[in-house]
Design a binder for this molecule. Sequence first.
Ligand code: PRP
Length: 250
Amino acid sequence: MTGSDSSSLAGPAPEGGGGGLHGGGAAGSNGVANLSVSDLSGGESRAHLTSRITSADAVPIGDADPGADHGYHGELAAILIGDEALKAKIAVLAKAVAADHDQDTPPLLICVLKGAVMFVTDFARALPIPSELEFMAVTSYGSATTSSGVVRILKDLDRDITGRRVVIVEDIIDSGLTLSWLLRNLATRGPASVDVVALLRKPEAIKVDVDVRYVGFDIPNEFVVGYGLDYGERYRDLPFVGLLGEHMYR
Ligand code: PRP
């Protein structure tokens, strides 16, 4: 569920991430490089990649309801980002990520389940270089209104990421708490670099500053569903990003 309003996910903010090039770090007592996120980020954000979408860009659902094609007749209020715009943006993001990697050091894509699953499959297929795929599932402690930013791993990576160039693939950055925690967690595992590609970001909902190198769209702080994003596990299967009708959650 990602349709939080700005009052959700209160709680102390963990340390944020930062920019900066890959770097070495002091080895900890357990032999694991004690790198901070700022040491590991691949570099400055690619702000020119990000399109800003406002509420005025939402196309209200008219007589033809595209949600109906998937069994959600009358449940959506508007289309915020159509499937063609998503496809075009993913191609641009994939090109940008590929330009920062090469054939010899293929990125290890880490998909954060479940929301990012649609994005990562399209993104990997749009990448003009080889990539490898891993999945993680995490959940925040507490309810959506009391999240402390402490995250529990439901499914961990299947392999070691030491020395790998990691790209976390996220569907949406809302408060930034999940990503902030994940960056710090992965930093303890000895990767060569960790970058983030996020399809969507809600700038008005951010509670902790996280540097994200590649962001597709900045969107308004509204109740978005579709293209992996759910409300009560529904709507992930929609091929576009839409606004949920208020009557569905009020
Ligand atoms: C969503 C999304 C991100 C996270 C972002 O996952 O996929 O992982 O929330 O929110 P944040 O920036 O406020 O931390 P969610 O917990 O809804 O699980 P899901 O992906 O399984 O739907």
